[in-house]
Design a protein around this ligand. Sequence first.
Ligand code: AMP
Length: 115
Amino acid sequence: MPEKTLFEKIRDREIPADIVHEDDHCLAFRDISPQAPLHILVVPKKAIPRIASASEDDARLLGSLLIAAAAVAAKHGIADSGFRLVINNGRDGGETVPHLHIHLLGGRPLDWPPG
Ligand code: AMP
């Protein structure tokens, strides 16, 4: 059995997190190092390492992650003001946790392009 990822440990309640949403396929919790007033990670319960390793079989799951992210944004009152969804992939993409996650960022104007 491979070592669980950090986010699997959060999924399994082995590590505490401020969970704001859970459904059959995904979990959303506050980022421990927020980069915006609202910074939530939307994570599949299935341990897909990164978007580059997702397969056609994951298409439905990936869609439901995006829908969940938008619903979490709406629940936190930033659907109208706007928000950003980010997936970091690999070293140059800034990925630090090898378990696919969508960053939901909002609550302030966000610069573009990102650094
Ligand atoms: P990334 O750099 O795209 O892989 O994003 C990983 C994110 O996980 C970073 O924004 C971290 O701040 C966040 N993070 C790391 N450990 C925890 C934790 N225990 N609970 C919540 N967020 C975490």
